[in-house]
Design a protein around this ligand. Structure first.
Ligand code: CAA
Length: 251
């Protein structure tokens, strides 16, 4: 359905953090489109939206592989035709393929760089012209605490997430005069399936090193993203907002 609301597109929108971002942006008045790339992974999202009483007038799904530039172009055009032009983009799609560098395969490297970093180009490139022409836009890229601090076992992931920060600061300078802001949010360790996959002894040691003494909830990340997507954040651009419970303080 076409909507009068601002249309927000969230890549990786059916994942742990992505689902919380969808819920929050919809509550804030956006029409939210959750992109997902693996068939079947949208079921938990559907349940979460139903639990939050968010129906087809507030949220929708869009299937498509973020690693493919042409597919993302078709998806963005379809979203515009079905619902309206994308005004808010949250680049949240991300995977891990953790291993020490000496065990890392070429496949591990490219899977993470393509999904976590090249995807940001693949989607943003298709929405930026419209945002600039309409004179309003919000782009939030999900980076990570490990972009700036590094992490044993994550050379691929940390490189991709650090790349996102350079992308964010550069594009921010190019489009701010046109009413478009570009920011990053860097979560620390968050209660999701991604952190549940970390070996229990390794996770225990990581959580023990977080000054807050716990992982973040997905809602705590979504609140930071939603603020940067709001009208209140019009003068904030090129920033990296850390939400990490004190794990890493670098500013
Ligand atoms: N620093 C220094 N040395 C370390 C270390 C660390 N942090 N962690 C392990 N080592 C040492 C070990 O003591 C061991 O030494 P010895 O051989 O002398 O005994 C050696 O390195 C090998 O360690 P492992 O047994 O852990 O190696 P492994 O191959 O079994 O596992 C790994 C490697 C899978 C990468 C594992 O270390 C791991 O899971 N690390 C955590 C990765 C992580 O934090 N991922 C975050 C996922 S969530 C996310 O990414 C979201 C986000 O944005 C934060």
């Amino acid at each position: 359905m076409r909507t009068d609301k601002r249309v927000a597109l969230v890549t990786g929108g059916v994942g742990g953090i992505g689902t919380a971002i969808c819920r929050k942006l919809a509550a804030d008045g956006c029409f939210v489109v959750a992109n997902y790339g693996i068939p079947g992974t949208e079921e938990a999202w559907k349940q979460a939206m139903s639990n939050a009483v968010l129906g087809g007038d507030k949220v929708a799904l869009a299937f498509g592989d973020v690693t493919d530039f042409a597919t993302m172009g078709s998806m963005v055009r379809q979203v515009a035709a079905d619902h309206g032009p994308v005004a808010v983009l949250v680049n949240c799609a991300g995977i891990t393929r953790d291993s020490t560098f000496r065990k890392m395969t070429e496949e591990h490297w490219h899977a993470v760089i393509d999904t976590n970093l090249t995807s940001v180009f693949n989607v943003t490139r298709h929405v930026i012209d419209g945002m600039v022409e309409r004179g309003w836009g919000r782009i939030v890229n999900i980076s990570s605490v490990n972009a700036t601090r590094g992490q044993f076992g994550q050379t691929n992931y940390a490189a991709a997430k650090a790349g996102i920060l350079g992308f964010t600061k550069s594009l921010a300078q190019e489009v701010v005069k046109k009413g478009v802001t570009v920011n990053a949010v860097s979560p620390g360790y968050v209660q999701t399936d991604m952190t549940a996959a970390i070996r229990p002894d390794v996770l225990e040691q990581i959580v023990g090193s977080i000054p807050a003494g716990r992982m973040a909830t997905t809602d705590e990340i979504a609140d930071a993203v939603a603020f940067l997507c709001s009208d209140k954040a019009a003068y904030i651009t090129g920033t990296n907002l850390s939400v990490n419970g004190g794990l890493h303080m670098y500013q």
